[in-house]
Design a protein around this ligand. Sequence first.
Ligand SMILES: NC(=O)c1ccc[n+]([C@@H]2O[C@H](COP(=O)([O-])OP(=O)(O)OC[C@H]3O[C@@H](n4cnc5c(N)ncnc54)[C@H](O)[C@@H]3O)[C@@H](O)[C@H]2O)c1
Length: 436
Amino acid sequence: MKAESLSSGLVRQARVLHPISTDELRILLLENISQDAVKSFRAQGFQVDHFAKAWSEEELVEKIGTYHAIGIRSKTKITERVIKAASKLLVIGCFCIGTNQVDLLTAAKAGIPVFNSPFSNSRSVAELVIGEIVVLSRQLFDRARELKDGLWNKVSKGCWEVRGKTLGIVGYGHIGSQLSVLAESMGMRVLFYDVLPLMPLGSAQQVETLDDLLARSDFVTLHVPELQETINMIGAPQLAKMRKGAYLLNNARGKVVDLPALIEAVKSGHLAGAAVDVYPSEPSSNGPFDNSLNSFATELRALPNVILTPHIGGSTEEAQRMIGDEVATALSRYLNAGTTIGSVNFPEVDLRVPQTETRDFIRICHVHKNQPGVLRNVNHLLGNFNVEKQYSDSKGDIAYVLADIIQDKQADRYKLRELQDQINATETNILTRVLA
Ligand SMILES: NC(=O)c1ccc[n+]([C@@H]2O[C@H](COP(=O)([O-])OP(=O)(O)OC[C@H]3O[C@@H](n4cnc5c(N)ncnc54)[C@H](O)[C@@H]3O)[C@@H](O)[C@H]2O)c1
């Protein structure tokens, strides 16, 4: 199909919904969030205030009361006190990977979903790993450092092509699976180990046990989350099971590898090298990296053919741009359509928005306490209307219902106001919005 026929209306557009009973929606963006996000919000009719710096708790408590949405990065702390002062706040967007800076539980109890962008940098990490594999197998890091220090040291012993070598990927999620495709394109064989049975991409092969993967791989790369069961997942016993002369790469989380054990494995010559991007304790700002945070830092820095990087796996311009797009889209979808897919603290609920030419309809977005009997009460109230679609889910103490009501008569609009008041008056109501 040609581009002009796409824009000339052959493809049906989903309708844009708007809240029927709130004032103009105001969005506060802190910490220099991208201008693309600002433009996108303004284009949708939101009023946007944009600031370059993070705000302190005091500033937030004083000023957040007039905003319906807030976008932050990692420096702004959204505490319980801030949430209590945020009487109009509907949604929080973390334009970054982590969400530790937000009191997620208090936000959920106040009916405020929190969105972030956990997977926008997957490709950046996968590409870095490819680079590290080549750099390790050619001892490039050490040769380059020697020459910069004024030493010509031409070596081929212990340097290898990566073609035909086996890459073992631990954790075949967003990053692991991207990496699998890139590695095969360079002629590597790919094995992976994951707790879930997963469809391999290309010719990759899933193995049954971690030990099997360790024993069969020339390069072992870690892409698992930090969980109770992944802390120290690679320690002395696992390193001993790796092939002599193999390499270990950790771009996942610092606590997944027992670094003192890795130091011993490299020192003894059992491993030919390693790449480490993440550490059990990491500095909170740029500056020294010494033994004050990790007692073994000096020893680690002195190892041959070991690449150390300051947690930059996902740090690219492209990833930053994708974070901006992804979080801005999630906030808009929540404000305009009530969708909570991708929220970190909320039940994930979505209903397709009908196309423009379908009859008038109203969407009820009802956040409520997760208690028995709530749906019976709400459905009793909805029962007077033509409910076309309804979807609900719960997470912890809260639950969320989306219900689409077809409006047959103009008069329904008045009844809908009444309905909203009635739902708001239910004992278990946390927040109810009506979009039209
Ligand atoms: N270095 C960086 O800058 C950087 C950037 C992005 C992500 N990360 C980290 O990379 C890791 C992977 O990210 P992702 O986006 O691919 O995550 P993901 O959730 O998409 O994939 C993780 C995979 O690990 C699997 N898994 C979980 N527990 C396991 C276990 N015990 N054994 C084997 N497999 C297990 C899961 O089933 C899943 O398939 C995360 O820890 C993330 O925090 C680091």
